[in-house]
Design a protein around this ligand. Structure first.
Ligand code: 7TS
Length: 415
């Protein structure tokens, strides 16, 4: 992801970093685990698990409402994450960081709340052909409710968007462009900055689904000039049940709350309720406090490694994996975009993806098989399923070797 990657810092010992993930030392089916399902969910370093544990043991109280010391401490720790996220993605204001339960929740928030103010009958919602269902279905639901129409940017046989078609699809009826930064099924890195610039020429706001981008490279929302940017903690070595929606204040202040309840209000009577300010008006109810604090610790961990170092390391590993996979007879890689991140999706001429996944699992190697919650992507490439290895910075060449040996073994079983 050269777009956002900067110069590497000093040498990083990724072998040492791998040792901070206790889960990776276990035996699965008699062999040391090789975990290559990071696009579904990544593993957690010990220090993040320890931080969450310490919160539960010693620091727990509800946030934003207690005068007592424990509640204030919990609130401070929980709110510190907002500042860390702000710096991590270079948002202009802390108030532009909304806590959600994940990417899916972030996109649903925008789809519902943004559409309430900014999408009318006959408007168009522009998506790419290789979106995750989380960036398709919420928009379809809104389109149905509002009488709006979904338009789709096609991709070529490599999985790159067809630029001319994209530009042609932007028009005066386009209410929003909602597009993934990195495809989970193919690994395509969309030219997101260029796409945002093009959409903004027509004053079209852009939501970026960054679920598969934030874990793998530096992301600077101001540089991208994204209007909304969504991601999940659990795909970046953090906890489940927590995510982020970045939104430009100019939109967030105009958008109505999405859920009602405690914490999101200013004053409540039976006649009328007024709402809290951004971001709190979008954060109803008691949140997953421990997970929020856990994300703060995760960001400190990632910052110490350096996202630019992670991007460079993973790119080399992806190149190595691509080369190794291509050397196996009968394997076809699905997704050969100009720029790719972390994903190796493939099929075999004769062996179903599920069989490959099962035989790898018997050797302690975890990959995902199926449609990857991207059925339109599968349809585009005329496959019902792929096998997918997805990388993280704690993987190494040995993992790739075990993985490719495992595939060779699967092929030999079926011969
Ligand atoms: N967007 C993209 C691009 C994703 O890859 C995913 C999850 C989501 C949204 C939804 O994220 P959530 O945290 O809200 O669930 N992708 C995958 C995957 O590739 N395999 O399992 C989940």
């Amino acid at each position: 992801m050269a777009e956002a990657a900067t110069k590497p810092k000093a040498d990083v010992d990724f072998n040492h970093i791998r040792k901070q993930f206790p889960v990776l030392t276990q035996q699965v089916n008699g062999q040391t685990l090789v975990y290559l399902d990071n696009a579904a969910s990544s593993q957690m370093p010990a220090r993040v698990a320890d931080r969450i544990h310490a919160y539960h043991r010693n620091e727990h109280a509800n946030v934003h409402r207690g005068i007592h010391t424990l509640s204030q401490k919990a609130t401070d720790a929980y709110e510190l994450t907002r500042e860390k996220v702000q710096k991590f993605i270079n948002a202009k204001h802390k108030d532009e960081i909304i806590y959600t339960t994940g990417t899916t929740d972030s996109i649903n928030l925008v789809a519902n709340s943004f559409s309430d103010r900014f999408i009318d009958e006959g408007d168009e919602i522009l998506l790419s052909e290789i979106e995750h269902h989380a960036n398709i279905v919420p928009w379809q639901m809104i389109a149905e409710r509002k009488g709006a129409n979904i338009r789709v940017i096609p991709v070529d046989d490599n999985g790159d968007i067809i630029w001319n078609r994209f530009v042609e699809l932007l028009n005066d009826n386009t209410a929003i462009l909602a597009v993934g930064h990195v495809s989970n099924a193919l690994g395509t890195v969309h030219p997101i900055k260029k796409m945002i610039t093009e959409a903004h020429k027509r004053s079209i706001p852009v939501l970026v689904d960054g679920a598969q981008a934030v874990p793998h490279a530096p992301v600077d929302v101001q540089d991208l000039n994204a209007d909304f940017y969504a991601f999940s903690a659990h795909k970046m070595c953090g906890p489940t049940g927590f995510g982020i929606l970045y939104g430009k204040k100019k939109y967030l202040d105009e958008m109505p709350p999405y859920r009602g309840g405690g914490d999101m209000i200013d004053k409540v009577s039976f006649e009328e309720t007024t709402y809290n300010i951004t971001p709190h008006k979008f954060e109803a109810g008691t949140p997953p406090i421990a997970a929020g604090i856990g994300l703060g610790e995760t960001i400190s961990f990632l910052n110490e490694i350096g996202m630019e170092n992670i991007a460079l390391y993973e790119q080399k590993l992806l190149d190595y994996g691509t080369e190794q996979l291509q050397s196996i007879d009968g394997i076809r890689i699905i997704g050969t975009a100009k720029e790719k991140a972390s994903v190796l999706s493939f099929v075999h001429d004769d062996i179903h993806a599920t069989d490959i996944g099962t035989i790898l699992d018997q050797q302690g190697i975890a990959i995902r098989t199926g449609h990857h919650c991207a059925q339109p992507t599968m349809r585009r490439f005329n496959v019902s399923a792929t096998a997918r290895a997805s990388l993280s910075f704690y993987n190494n060449e040995e993992d790739i070797d075990r993985f490719t040996e495992g595939i060779r073994k699967a092929i030999s079983i079926f011969e």
